[in-house]
Write a protein that binds this ligand. Structure first.
Ligand code: ATP
Length: 250
């Protein structure tokens, strides 16, 4: 098992001064993520999906509950072992840096100084994410949205992390490009056995990529199911509602 989340709670304060009110965002969330699986968290906007991701990444603090990563408290993790891929490839990349430098940066930050090693690893990663070697000398704004998201994925994967948290990684891309990016994430999952937490509100995307899913509604877990079981016969009323929604849209 890679991750064990137990009774995770999170609230934010809303309003000002005397009118301050606590709003519970996550209520007793518990789940486990197995090694090598793609575990999706789905739910409508505001359900608390990204907040779970941010807490796992250490960007937000939990109020209570425990999170274990590789059988140790999350706080003791090696930072390089958990990486992230966010929705917007435009703002995730430094516009002033060449692609090869963006890919080399995580390696350098982790102590790699040898130029030849850096060059080789960056070259290999460009190939692995399906980009031509010449892309290394370009800047982010010279690439398409799909190509940029390939760079983002490469930068996340170059340290060979154990867990990658993807927050709506294809939401800003055209359908055909979405498919290619999902395929790329699956490739890393299958070939390197990397574990992914995949956050999305898009049931089609989730169906395509997940092994298991957690259905979240207003900060509460509705069900955790194998993906095929969920799409065949959801256990929760909210899961049924979500599926009815897409059946009606068809
Ligand atoms: N820093 C913050 N301060 C106050 N409230 C916040 C903060 N971050 C998130 N929230 C609130 O927490 C709730 C859950 O937000 P979160 O982004 O986790 O939802 P989500 O399910 O990821 O939604 P979306 O799909 O729209 O990103 C929302 O009501 C949001 O407004």
């Amino acid at each position: 098992m890679v991750l064990k989340v137990d009774k995770l709670c999170k609230s934010y304060e809303k309003g000002f001064f005397l009118f301050k009110k606590k709003k519970d965002i996550l209520k007793n969330i518990s789940f486990e993520v197995n090694t090598g699986e793609i575990f999706s968290i789905i739910g409508q906007s505001g359900a608390g999906k990204s907040t779970i991701g941010k807490i796992i990444l250490g960007i937000e603090k939990k109020d209570s509950g425990t999170i274990e990563f590789l059988d140790k408290p999350l706080e003791q993790r090696n930072i390089r072992d958990i990486q992230m891929i966010f929705q917007d490839p435009y703002s995730s990349l430094n516009p002033a840096m060449k692609i090869k430098d963006i890919l080399a940066e995580p390696l350098k930050a982790n102590g790699e100084k040898n130029k030849l090693v850096l060059e080789e690893k960056v070259g290999n990663m460009l190939e692995e994410v399906g980009l031509h070697k010449a892309c290394g000398d370009k800047y982010p704004d010279e690439l398409s949205g799909g190509q940029r998201q390939r760079v983002v994925i490469g930068a996340a994967m170059i340290l060979d992390p154990k867990l990658v948290v993807c927050d709506e990684p294809v939401a800003s891309l055209d359908l055909s490009i979405q498919r290619q990016i999902l395929k790329l994430i699956k490739k890393f999952n299958r070939e390197k056995n990397t574990t992914f937490i995949f956050i999305s509100h898009d049931l089609g995307v989730v169906y395509n990529i997940s092994d298991r899913i957690l259905v979240l509604y207003k900060g509460e877990t509705q069900e955790i199911s194998d993906v095929l079981d969920f799409f065949d016969c959801p256990k929760s009323d909210y899961g049924k509602e979500l599926l009815d929604g897409i059946r009606i849209k068809k």
